[in-house]
Design a protein around this ligand. Sequence first.
Ligand code: GLA
Length: 395
Amino acid sequence: MNDVRARRKFSRSVVFAAAFALVTAATPAANALPDGLALTPPMGFNNWNTTGCAVDERIIRDTADLFVRDGLKEAGYSQVNVDDCWAEQQRGPDGRLRPNRKRFPGGIKALADYVHGKGLKFGIYTSAGTVTCAKTMPGALDHEDVDAQTFADWGVDYLKYDNCNNQGRPARERYEKMRDALKKTSRPIVFSICEWGQNKPWEWGARTGHLWRTTGDIKDNWAKLLDIVKKNAPLDAYAGPGHWNDPDMLEVGNGGMTSTEYRTHFGLWAMMAAPLLIGADLRKISPEHLDILRNREVIAIDQDAKGVQAKVLSKADGRWVFAKPLANGEVAVALFNEGGAKARISTSAEAIGLPRAAGYRLRDVWQHQDSRTTGPISAVVPPHGHVLYRVHADG
Ligand code: GLA
C-alpha cells in the first residue's frame, strides 16, 4: 500500500472509530427502547398543575411564545404538553378523537404546527382506560391504533398515557399495546407511562416507554413533596438514558410553597434525573420563581449525559445526602434538610465517590460561587432547604 492510501485508510479508521464512539455514547442502555428518544430527562411544560381541566389553546400558544421570549427554550425546555380535557366527549363518526370545539377551536394539528414553528415539540394526553381521569373525554383502551395514528397525523411528539378507568385490565398489557401502536405510526413519540407506581412500572417500564410515574399526583405543598421524594429516591437503580423515574410535574411557581421549598423541589428533581415539566402559568409567574426554573447550572445536573439518578448516601434525622456522578468525572452532591430547624449536614469527597486528590472545588450552583476543600463537604442548611454543589477533584 502506498503512503497516501495508507494515510487515507488510517484517517478513515480514525473517523469510523470516532463515529462509533459517538454512536455508542448516545445509545440508550440495552434495557431501554432502541429508538434513542429521551436520552436525557424530558423538559417542558404541562398545563395540569395550573389549569386543571380549564385548558385551552391560548395557554399552549402563550407558553410556546414565552419559552422563546423568556429564555426557557434556550435553557433546554422543549416540550409543550396538553393534559386531560382537550377532546370532545364523543368520538367522531370516523372513530377518531375530536378536539373540544370551544377551547381548541383551531384544532390540535394547527396547535402542534404553531408549537413546531417555534422550534419546540408538542405533547398530548389520554388514558389507558375507557375514559380519561377527568371523564370528560374518551380514553384509548381498545382504540390504541386509531388514537396513536391520529396523534401521529397531528404531529404529536410526546404522549402521556394515564391509568384511569382501566376496567381492571393488566397494566403491562395496556401500556405495551399503546407502545406498539405508537411504533406502528413510525413517528418518534416519547411515551410517558402515567401508572402512578401501582404495578412497579420501574421493573418493566424501560422496555415499554421512556418514563414512568412512580407515585400518585403531586400537590403544591411541602408534605406531598416530601412524600414523593421518599418514594422516588430509592428507585435510582432503575433510571438511565431513555428510561426515567417520573416523580411528577413541577409545582414551582404555583404559590403553595416557599421559595426555599421550591428551590429544594427543583434541585432534588435535578438530582433524581427527573423530567422537568413546568406546571406554572408562565404568564403570571414571579421573576424569582422563573429564575429557579431557568437556573442553567441546576438544569445541567438534571440533563447530564451520564444519565445517573442520584443515590441517597444517608438520611439520618432528616439530614439527607444525595450524590450524582456526572459525565465529566465531577459529582453533584445535595445536602437536604427535611426538618423544621436549621441543621449542619456533612459528607466528604471520598464518600461521594471522588478520587483522592490534594484538594477539591465546590461549585455552589444556587449561589454561583466556588469554594475549596481538602475533603470535608459540610453546610448549615435552612429548614426545608438544600445546598447543591458540583464537586471537582484537582489534578
Ligand atoms: C391523573 C394524572 C394527573 C393528571 C390527571 C388528569 O390524576 O396522574 O397527572 O393527568 O389525571 O385528569
